[in-house]
Design a protein around this ligand. Structure first.
Ligand SMILES: NC(=O)c1ccc[n+]([C@@H]2O[C@H](COP(=O)([O-])OP(=O)(O)OC[C@H]3O[C@@H](n4cnc5c(N)ncnc54)[C@H](O)[C@@H]3O)[C@@H](O)[C@H]2O)c1
Length: 253
């Protein structure tokens, strides 16, 4: 029996990295998939890789920082598949590094807009629908940086801490309505986000980041997808309001 057979899974940021690995894993588990992402040059090829596994997959263009676009994406999902069973609020950006005193307002607002407001926008519209349905699962993508600080990334760290607060609060609000809400806290995962942030393109910086993890390697997107499937399906039926750390023991130090 597949773990998400005929469930509808809505994934933001599903065209790349962790979100894409979660879309592939969901398709393998029999789910209908909706990938919500901002336009990508390679979007069609990426969607085709998901459709090859399960033809019940669609793309909806959506900037998660825009309230109305998220509402429209959720409405499209419901009109296409009739239910919204699982939502993975994963879209995120790295942002320009700087100490707080040198951080521009623009850099701050950009990261908060996508990584924190984006998760609120998604949860607001997902929960409106899931509450009517009296069922659903939400998984939010936080980070190890939702638990501890990281110099020069105050915008990212604040947003990821906020995602955990949102997760815990909504879990309390909907606990008796058949809705579970959890967050994943990945360590550094080898995705295009790290390449864009100048981490994997520079051997010295990459080694420094690897060395921060007791397991002495970066994580793989598929390792996060394994955790996502567990949280999304009935295997985790008594889990809500919690965080799952998949981090090579980063936070154990
Ligand atoms: N890679 C890591 O080391 C790491 C560690 C911890 C947490 N995370 C988190 O995991 C999530 C996914 O990261 P990733 O490493 O796969 O990154 P990625 O850059 O590979 O993928 C991010 C995806 O989000 C999309 N996206 C960006 N802004 C968007 C917006 N405004 N609206 C809709 N889609 C948008 C991008 O187009 C892309 O497809 C992010 O929230 C990130 O903060 C990543």
């Amino acid at each position: 029996m597949k773990k998400l057979e005929n469930k509808t899974v809505f994934i933001t940021g599903g065209l790349s990295g962790i979100g894409f690995a979660c879309a592939i894993a969901s398709a393998r588990e029999g789910a209908n998939i909706v990938v919500a992402d901002i336009k990508s040059d390679n979007g069609e090829n990426t969607m085709n890789e998901i459709i090859k596994i399960n033809s019940r997959a669609m793309y909806v263009e959506c900037d998660v920082s825009k309230f109305a676009e998220v509402q429209a994406a959720i409405e499209t999902t419901i009109s296409k598949f009739e239910t919204l069973d699982v939502a993975l609020n994963n879209a995120g950006i790295g942002g320009e590094p700087n100490p707080v005193g040198d951080m521009t307002e623009q850099a701050w607002l950009k990261v908060i807009g996508v990584n924190l407001n984006g998760v609120f926008n998604c949860m607001k519209h997902e929960l409106t629908y899931m509450a009517r349905q009296q069922s659903g699962v939400i998984v939010n993508m936080s980070s190890i940086l939702g638990k501890v600080g990281f110099a020069t990334s105050s915008h990212y760290v604040a947003a990821k801490h906020g995602v955990i607060g949102l997760t815990q609060t909504a879990a309390l609000e909907y606990a008796t309505q058949g809705i579970r809400i959890n967050a994943i806290c990945p360590g550094f995962i080898d995705t295009p986000l790290l390449a864009k942030g100048g981490i994997t393109g520079n051997d010295e910086v990459k080694q420094h980041i690897i060395d921060l993890h007791p397991m002495k390697r970066l994580g793989k997107s598929e390792e996060i997808a394994n955790g996502f499937i567990f949280l999304a399906c009935a295997d985790s039926s008594f889990m809500s309001g919690t965080t799952m750390e998949i981090d090579g023991a980063y936070l154990a130090q």
